[in-house]
Design a protein around this ligand. Structure first.
Ligand code: DX5
Ligand code: ZN
Length: 222
């Protein structure tokens, strides 16, 4: 993949929640491609972030697609409200779905792109029989639940393995990386086959978030 083809999705989890409108407008004005929206239920992950009313408030100001990462058990219950709250991409966790094939069909039925997230311990090979039905795979490069964690190095191997698994079956599959992404690992991730880089604390804790997004967008890759 050549330079600048990859997408940048700042994770609002790391934004200043008391100044959400300002934070959303910053992302609108930046070179970011998507908003990454982390919804947690305190059951699937040991943390609670925010729910659909807050997502709707973000959607009101956002001028770019909302990429929603549902870290919740039994996500089927919330697909419709997620779509109605402004989602363009809905990603559910492999580990949270008993009938993943059915869940992916339900997301597409709503007119959204269907994503599957894999926890760090979940092998990409488990997607083999459903790979052709997925628009995006989110490879978690930290254990989900919190921003600001250390990037897990084994992620590069998973990206390469997933790209190989999808080859010839789903060549338009988007591979997203979520957790601990920065300019220290972005180029290597894109070279391994990543298409979408999520970045939370690296962007929102930066002195100049617009410039930081630009630096992620303009990394040089092969
Ligand atoms: C973690 C979330 C991530 C998080 C990334 O559970 O899914 O999207 O916001 O944050 P950073 O980039 O700080 O690791
Ligand atoms: Zn996320």
């Amino acid at each position: 993949m050549s330079t600048n083809k990859h997408l940048i999705a700042p994770s609002v989890l790391a934004a200043d929640f008391a100044n959400l409108e300002k934070e959303v407008k910053m992302v609108n004005e930046s070179e970011a491609d998507w908003f990454h929206i982390d919804i947690m239920d305190g059951v699937f992950v040991p943390n609670i972030s925010f729910g659909f009313p807050v997502m709707q408030a973000i959607a009101k100001h956002a001028t770019k697609p909302l990429d929603v990462h549902l870290m919740i058990v039994d996500p089927d219950r919330y697909l419709k409200v997620c779509k109605d709250s402004g989602a363009a991409v809905i990603t559910v966790h492999y580990e949270a779905c008993t009938h993943l094939h059915r869940t992916l069909a339900a997301i597409k039925e709503l007119g959204c792109k269907a994503g599957v997230a894999l926890n760090p311990h979940t092998p990409v090979q488990l997607l083999k029989d459903v790979i052709q039905d997925i628009d995006l795979v989110c490879i978690m490069s930290v254990n989900p639940g919190f921003g600001g964690q250390k990037f897990i190095e084994h992620t590069y191997a998973k990206v390469r393995e997933l790209r190989a698994l999808a080859a010839g079956v789903n060549d338009s599959l988007l591979i997203e990386i979520d957790g601990g992404v920065s300019t220290a690992n972005a180029a290597k991730l894109v070279n391994a086959g990543a298409d979408v880089l999520v970045a939370g604390s690296f962007v929102f804790n930066a002195e100049n978030p617009i410039q930081t997004i630009k630096s992620l967008k303009s990394i040089s890759s092969n």
